[in-house]
Design a protein around this ligand. Structure first.
Ligand code: SAM
Length: 340
């Protein structure tokens, strides 16, 4: 690119390993979520990281996409030697400290979670089903939700969020944080912890929340305790527009199957992906991140294809592999459920 016409200032990341890779990851994200933006490339100006693009007149949906991107801090037009700041539309429905306040071992990086959500929803648009209107409310499932980083990120972006995890303590911690946060922000809401019962048996405690913002349909969140392989039984007939999940890396979290916790998620995913595929609406997208040290992309794509999903391939989908630490190389894959 010669002289870029606009620059996107990148937000800092608390994790310096992720921060070092954020320019590359965010460029790949923007190329997918902001149609028509053309080439986006990392650049540095006076020692500060930016993303450079060659457009100077972006339309409303493009500015909204830049605003929603996982690492955007500010947007500038380049005018000679000077940068002119341009206000981006506020796209988040609630404050992002909903996602950033909780700190715990095994939490999925919050910037990466947002990238995974955004890239998965770009898969919806790439799929044959329909174009998603900006601002359309979606129902999104994280079938291994932990303490709910994906679920809270869905609320930020205005989507209903549903989760499952077999770690009851993680769900309790999520419920406690969300209830406190809603009260402290003085937002109109209801939260409820109740028994999850199926066929006369109590399976654990489910958590439900509703947030009523002025002028908007209430936002819903629900999290169920249980094995993700039972997701279809637990949710009944409910289906989802998208499934977004960060699979266990085999380091802090193992993949839980009947025979213990495993370093590789392969066995669990081979059983769980067909269940999740059955819960995905036609044209819906499943986005998953995983540790490539435990499972190759090729093997994961086979698991997805055997479940009737179409993995999205091509250069724009293959720039997301990055190092988390010496035992985790994380990548993401998006697959869509064909319309017929
Ligand atoms: C990488 S962590 C997800 C962390 C989450 N995104 C967060 O930020 O809190 C993977 C999760 O998978 C869950 N898990 C592993 N095997 C499972 C199974 N068979 N059924 C349900 N959850 C499972 C673990 O309890 C863990 O919470």
């Amino acid at each position: 690119m010669a002289v870029p016409r606009c620059l996107i200032l990148l937000a800092p990341s608390a994790n310096h390993v992720y921060a070092g890779q954020s320019p590359k990851l965010s460029s790949a994200e923007l190329t997918l979520i902001c149609p028509g933006i053309g080439t986006v490339a990392p650049t540095q100006l006076a020692g500060v990281d930016y993303l450079a693009a060659d457009l100077d007149s972006l339309d409303g949906p493009q500015l909204a996409a830049i605003s929603r991107a996982s690492a955007t801090m500010a947007y500038y037009l380049v005018e000679g030697d000077l940068l002119r700041p341009v206000a981006l539309p506020r796209t988040d429905l609630v404050d992002d400290d909903l996602v950033t306040i909780p700190k715990y071992q095994g939490k999925t990086n919050e910037q990466f979670t947002r990238l995974l959500l955004n890239v998965t929803l770009a898969g919806l648009e790439a799929g044959p089903a329909r174009r998603r209107d900006d601002g359309q409310r979606l129902a999104i499932l994280d079938p291994m939700c932990g303490r709910g980083t994906t679920l809270s990120t869905c609320w930020l972006e205005g989507h209903d969020a549903f989760g499952i995890d077999d770690d009851a303590k993680a769900l309790e911690a999520m419920a406690a944080h969300l209830s406190t946060w809603l009260r402290r922000k003085r937002l109109k809401h209801t939260t409820r912890v109740s028994k999850l019962r199926r066929e006369g048996r109590t399976l654990g405690k489910r958590f439900d929340a509703e947030l009523r913002l002025p002028g908007a349909e209430p936002l819903t969140m629900a999290a169920l305790p249980g094995d993700t392989r039972d997701s279809a039984q637990l949710w009944g007939r409910k289906t989802f527009d998208a499934i977004v999940t960060d699979a266990p890396y085999g380091v802090v979290h193992g993949a839980h199957t009947g025979s213990g916790a495993h370093r590789s998620p392969a066995g669990l995913l081979a059983e769980a992906v067909p269940v999740w595929a059955s819960q995905l609406r036609r044209g819906g997208a499943l986005g998953m991140s995983w540790n490539t040290h435990g499972l190759s992309r090729e093997d994961l794509e086979s698991i997805l294809a055997e479940a009737g999903l179409t993995p999205l391939t091509g250069p724009q989908w293959s720039h997301f592999s990055h190092r988390v630490d010496s035992s985790i190389q994380r990548d993401l894959v998006v697959a869509v459920r064909p319309v017929d």
